[in-house]
Write a protein that binds this ligand. Structure first.
Ligand SMILES: *[C@@H]1O[C@H](CO)[C@@H](O)[C@H](O)[C@H]1NC(C)=O
Ligand SMILES: *[C@@H]1O[C@H](CO)[C@@H](O)[C@H](O)[C@H]1NC(C)=O
Ligand SMILES: *[C@@H]1O[C@H](CO)[C@@H](O)[C@H](O)[C@H]1NC(C)=O
Ligand SMILES: *[C@@H]1O[C@H](CO)[C@@H](O)[C@H](O)[C@H]1NC(C)=O
Ligand SMILES: *[C@@H]1O[C@H](CO)[C@@H](O)[C@H](O)[C@H]1NC(C)=O
Ligand SMILES: *[C@@H]1O[C@H](CO)[C@@H](O)[C@H](O)[C@H]1NC(C)=O
Ligand SMILES: *[C@@H]1O[C@H](CO)[C@@H](O)[C@H](O)[C@H]1NC(C)=O
Ligand SMILES: *[C@@H]1O[C@H](CO)[C@@H](O)[C@H](O)[C@H]1NC(C)=O
Ligand SMILES: *[C@@H]1O[C@H](CO)[C@@H](O)[C@H](O)[C@H]1NC(C)=O
Ligand SMILES: *[C@@H]1O[C@H](CO)[C@@H](O)[C@H](O)[C@H]1NC(C)=O
Ligand SMILES: *[C@@H]1O[C@H](CO)[C@@H](O)[C@H](O)[C@H]1NC(C)=O
Ligand SMILES: *[C@@H]1O[C@H](CO)[C@@H](O)[C@H](O)[C@H]1NC(C)=O
Length: 643
């Protein structure tokens, strides 16, 4: 056997799994353990996946290792299984899984399926010792109900097999709490940490999971913005007092439950700006520190409010998908500045149960991710029957604020994308100026100025947090804390104070203005079509790689008045999807060198046409016009994040 750098607190596991089933006068909960294997850190959950018969050789190896060994399960379909099959399996494990490593070859378990031990008495393990890294080889027989999924594990002296979860440090500070599922459907805080000055996140081997029709998200590693309730965990909404004041949630948000039921693995809760209000580093994020945007010099703002989901999805290869929310841009903006696919769904198609409200007329749940295929699969789960992918497209493209010359790399990318898209769709392009269109075609009895109509609509609608969030929080907190009031960050504080100054009728007035705008968009700008869902697509510049340094000192917070292109979907209730298309250079005033930031496009369509945009994304990928992005320094080439 090969000597390994291997620390374990082995017998603890054995003991802990027994303790779990015994009753004591005290409450004692086994929470697994952590080990280091050749320099990498692993978390070993307390749950026993299976119990195998410990052979004499395996027992000897276990005894000399202190009772716990890294262990790899491979599947054999026949007794001819040999060195070559084994090598192929290991090569495939190494290339598809970031948890498996050759260090797990200390003990091999060849699991025969489709053959029975009874027919082969005295059968012994195949020789797999051609490679010096392989330790003990042992065998077992899988029944159709009790096979162990292939992959890396840990085995104890009693033959208890435990999963291997690899630990990664949240070096970008994207998470608030990292989690592990309990067997009863609730979640606990992950009881582990690693070097890196941040929380540790545990991810299971990808080899344990097989996607099926019922479990289209099997093994997809998912982070959740911390405004969604997850049973067993506290929710912070980005506020420390809230986190500590309220008990853990007793129910999981409906959207999160849909994802869990489809096989997704929740690895943690991720940072949100406070109560999902728009905040920028540095002064605004008082309660928690804004996560670090991994792109370029590493000191660009992540944007908000789905800041953690954006930073995490952009930074970590081991994280596949994040769930955010968008009221006024909270999914789109972090996606744009971090080179991610992100969707603000048509309002109303995805339920809001178990999610902190900002403005119920505007709130939407949606994803941020590098992987368009996972994005689409997860969206089918999220929207359920409220989405059908379609592949008939409009032949009209309207562009809003599009560049007209190739004076910068970003402009060149945007123009070239538009060229290719209009060719691909055989579509005409025309420019759209919402302000001018409104003036030309607004309803007769309403103001001809779009800014007048919309100037205060957004801040009035999000001001509903005063009654949905602040008042009940203050009342309960004060009653429990001798009249004290909890701390609130400057941005929500300022917005709430402004909302207090409004007459009671404002919310109804704002909702009415929104309806007027939504009707106008539906009638004049993005009209429904029977054959193509939406009569046209509208494109606007999502991100042009402009800098927004996180070390900037900014003005005191104000009220988000006004009208801009990002409000077309908020107020129009239609879909708004961010598609990354490349990156553009800039000279960083941090590194004093040329660095790169993402460029992206936003696509709008008529309300309810989310499935048509997803269909288009699939076809643009097939045509090679867009592709998934990478984690790290660059959305295009990946690479090491700068610190
Ligand atoms: C065994 O060694 C061969 C040749 O060095 C190599 O190609 C193969 O991948 C190795 N197999 C394992 C399981 O390490
Ligand atoms: C497992 O095998 C038994 C007996 O061969 C059979 O009755 C049963 O349906 C099988 N179960 C599954 C899940 O395939
Ligand atoms: C969860 O807690 C809420 C509020 O504390 C309570 O109203 C509700 O009945 C609880 N639900 C369950 C399933 O226990
Ligand atoms: C689909 O959308 C409708 C309309 O907003 C909503 O009432 C319904 O709950 C949604 N269905 C699902 C499965 O979420
Ligand atoms: C739209 O038109 C208004 C009024 O003419 C003008 O101020 C604004 O700059 C135009 N917007 C764009 C993106 O061209
Ligand atoms: C290129 O377009 C930008 C606006 O995107 C404009 O400011 C600039 O003047 C244009 N340059 C040339 C050379 O036309
Ligand atoms: C800008 O460059 C792109 C790609 O080189 C090209 O497709 C496009 O026609 C150019 N547009 C203009 C306005 O020069
Ligand atoms: C493109 O659209 C035009 C009308 O807008 C039509 O005449 C032409 O046949 C279409 N070409 C293709 C390849 O579909
Ligand atoms: C304008 O008129 C329409 C139809 O008569 C009505 O539904 C709408 O409420 C009116 N809008 C305002 C702002 O009065
Ligand atoms: C928007 O409303 C604010 C507050 O009432 C006001 O100060 C500002 O001038 C308005 N802006 C426009 C463009 O009407
Ligand atoms: C609604 O629109 C009217 C103009 O039609 C504007 O005066 C008013 O301030 C708007 N109110 C809200 C709350 O958006
Ligand atoms: C970089 O530029 C930003 C924005 O102009 C500024 O706030 C910041 O202080 C600059 N940083 C350095 C190191 O010069």
């Amino acid at each position: 056997m090969v000597p390994r750098c291997y620390q374990s607190v082995a017998s603890a596991l054995l003991l802990l799994s027994q303790v779990a089933s015994t009753s004591f006068a005290f409450k004692f909960t086994p929470t697994g353990q952590t080990v280091q294997l050749d320099g990498a850190s692993y978390y070993i959950p307390p749950d026993v996946v299976s119990t195998i018969t410990v052979s004499k050789h395996l027992k000897k190896a276990l005894d000399s290792a202190g009772g716990l060994l890294p262990f790899t399960v491979v599947n054999a379909n026949s007794f001819d299984y040999g060195e070559r099959d084994f090598s192929q399996a290991i090569t495939s494990y190494t290339s598809t899984d970031d948890v498996f490593s050759k260090s797990f070859l200390e003990a091999i378990y060849v699991q025969y399926s489709g053959v029975s031990s009874h027919k082969y008495p005295g059968f012994s393990a195949p020789k797999l010792s051609g490679n010096s890294s392989v330790g003990v080889v042992t065998t077992g027989f899988a029944s159709n109900t009790s096979s162990i999924p292939a992959g890396p594990y840990f085995v104890t002296s009693t033959g208890a097999v435990h999963q291997a979860w690899k630990l990664f440090s949240d070096v970008q500070g994207a998470f608030l709490e990292t989690t592990i599922a309990n067997q009863d459907g609730t979640f606990s805080v992950l009881p582990a940490n690693v070097e890196g000055q941040s929380l540790a996140i545990a991810v299971p081997s990808r080899l344990y999971f097989t996607k099926t029709e019922d479990k289209p998200l099997a093994g997809v590693r998912l982070g959740i913005k911390d405004i969604y309730d997850i049973a067993g965990l506290r929710t912070s909404n980005g506020n420390r007092a809230w986190y500590h004041f309220y008990p853990p949630a007793n129910e999981t948000a409906l959207t999160v439950q849909r994802l869990i039921d489809a096989g997704a693995i929740i690895v943690g809760k991720m940072k949100t700006s406070q109560f999902a209000n728009g905040e920028t580093a540095t002064a605004d994020w008082v309660d928690y520190h804004e996560p670090f945007n991994p792109r370029g010099d590493g000191y660009q703002d992540t944007s908000s409010s789905s800041s953690g989901p954006g930073a995490g999805a952009a930074a970590y290869d081991w994280l596949d998908l994040t769930l955010g929310s968008d009221t006024g841009g909270s999914i789109r903006n972090p996606s744009q500045v971090q080179g991610l696919f992100g969707n603000r769904p048509s309002w109303g198609l995805v339920p809001l149960d178990g999610i902190m409200p900002m403005a119920p007329q505007l709130d939407t749940p949606g994803f941020l991710t590098r992987h368009p295929d996972i994005w689409i699969a997860a969206s089918k789960v999220l929207y359920q029957d409220n989405i059908t992918l379609s592949h008939n497209y409009p032949s009209k493209i309207q562009t809003i604020g599009w560049p007209t010359n190739n004076s910068s790399v970003a402009n060149g990318l945007l123009l070239s994308f538009l060229d290719k898209l209009s060719t691909f769709l055989n579509a005409t392009t025309s420019t759209l100026n919402i302000t001018e269109q409104w003036t030309a075609s607004h309803p007769a009895n309403v103001t001809s100025s779009i800014v007048e109509l919309m100037n205060i609509t957004y801040p009035v609608l999000i001001g509903q947090q005063t009654t949905s969030i602040r008042d009940p929080f203050y009342a309960a907190y004060s009653a429990a804390n001798s009249g004290r009031v909890p701390f609130i960050n400057p941005v929500p504080m300022t917005r709430w104070a402004w909302a207090d100054s409004l007459p009671k009728s404002s919310v109804a007035d704002a909702a009415h203005n929104k309806t007027i705008f939504q009707t106008w968009i539906h009638d004049k700008i993005l009209t429904p079509s029977e054959s193509t869902c939406s009569d046209s697509l509208a494109l606007y510049v999502g991100g042009a790689g402009t800098t927004n340094y996180r070390n900037a000192y900014r003005k005191a917070p104000g009220i988000p008045y006004g009208f801009d292109t990002s409000k077309v979907s908020n107020m129009g209730s239609g879909p708004d999807f961010v598609i990354p298309i490349g990156e553009t250079p800039y000279v960083s005033n941090i590194t004093l060198q040329t660095e790169y930031l993402p460029v992206s496009v936003d696509i709008l369509a008529a309300k309810g046409c989310d499935g048509m945009i997803f269909g288009l994304v699939q076809d643009l990928i097939k045509a090679g016009m867009i592709k998934g992005t990478k984690a790290g320094y660059s959305a295009v080439s990946g690479e090491q994040i700068l610190f």
